[in-house]
Design a protein around this ligand. Structure first.
Ligand SMILES: [Zn+2]
Length: 356
């Protein structure tokens, strides 16, 4: 914990900086773009892992991720999910157990998916990934307008379309996405180092940066500005999948799991956040199956309409892997608001929260 100068420490509490201890409750909303429910609940897919067309260096990759037991396999892929969240939270979307997570937008690609999960309803007018400012109000924008929450919301994304999805200009929610560096005063040495390094580490993609940058920019803001609602949108999984690189897709998912664990470890060791913060993790769409795992979208990519959801937080009755419990992607927005003590359904015709 940061040590205050003696003089500051002696000032009455009312004079302390508003950023030191958030009143809580708080929410970390996290998405992993296009990570399939199949891998979340069963780990590496043998059809893809042992097929050289999808997996380069099969022997090494199998050593990292394979086990005949799906419960062991998924723990190798997502250790934080299958230890901390499975023990203390809930995981929805294992279709093998009768828990279906479904998309309602019918498009099954990113902008319609993020719009649905952030604004609480599908919009047929959102039908491309073009950089069009979102006409819909996301839960991030709505929360940022609620009394006591102004300036308490921040968003970070690897994909450069997030400033449009969140409608940064209208919403007033700061969005750092794509290849943006940081801005503003009081930034840490680590943030300035990220600014310097990001242009020197080439991304394989033109519109998506590597997730490590998104993660560390978000983490530094969490530590410094202490927002009540932080959204972190990791992107690599989808892009490695489109590239047909199964090993990179798996390794990216595993790395993101460790990043989420790092956020959670900090939260649980920090006054104001400890036992006062919810973690909500989901995805914007699924993917096809078999050789069609690389893509998602219309009926040619059957299965990409299925998603998953993980929730962890104070007082939640831990049920681990959910059975016979369906949810819709559009419910995520109201679920996030409800964890903050707010009712997003008062904002209009939006889906209600997942019953927790
Ligand atoms: Zn995609």
């Amino acid at each position: 914990m940061r040590r205050l100068p003696l003089l500051l420490a002696l000032l009455p509490l009312a004079c302390s900086s508003p950023q030191t201890v958030p009143a809580g409750p708080n929410v970390l909303l996290v998405t992993l773009d296009g990570l399939r429910w199949e891998e979340v609940f069963a780990g590496a897919d043998s059809l893809l892992l042992f097929d050289e067309r999808h997996t380069e260096g099969v022997e090494t990759v199998a050593g990292e991720f394979w086990d005949p037991d799906p419960a062991v396999r998924r723990s190798r892929l997502l250790p934080f999910f299958w230890s901390e969240i499975a023990a203390n939270g809930r995981l929805y979307g294992n279709r093998a157990l009768g828990s279906d997570g479904v998309i309602t937008n019918g498009k099954n690609f990113s902008y319609p998916g993020y719009n649905e999960l952030l604004s609480g309803r599908a919009d047929s007018l959102v039908d491309s990934n073009d950089k069009i400012p979102n006409a819909n109000v996301t839960v991030l924008e709505w929360v940022n307008r609620q009394p006591g929450f102004q300036g308490e919301v921040a968003a970070f994304g690897s994909w450069d379309v997030f400033p449009y999805i969140v409608n940064e200009e209208r919403s007033g929610v700061p969005v750092n996405a794509g290849f943006e560096t940081g801005s503003g005063e009081g930034r840490s040495e680590r943030e300035r180092f990220l600014d310097e390094m990001q242009p020197q580490v080439p991304s394989p993609w033109s519109s998506v940066r590597l997730d490590a940058f998104t993660h560390h920019y978000a983490f530094e803001t969490l530590k410094r500005a202490r927002p009540r609602l932080l959204y972190v949108a990791y992107g690599e999984t989808d892009d490695f999948a489109h590239d047909g690189e199964y090993a990179a897709y798996l390794r990216s998912a595993r790395t993101t799991d460790s990043m989420i664990r790092d956020l959670w470890t900090w939260v649980q060791s920090t006054d104001g956040y400890r036992d006062n913060t919810w973690l909500v993790i989901t995805t914007d769409h699924g993917r096809g199956s078999g050789d069609r795992w690389v893509g998602h979208g219309d009926a040619a990519w059957a299965g990409s309409e299925f998603v998953w959801l993980a929730v962890l937080g104070p007082g939640l009755s831990a049920q681990g892997e959910m059975r016979d419990a369906d949810f819709r992607l559009e419910q995520v927005a109201a679920t996030v608001a409800e964890r903050l003590g707010l009712d997003f359904t008062t904002s209009g015709d939006v889906a209600g929260p997942v019953g927790l």
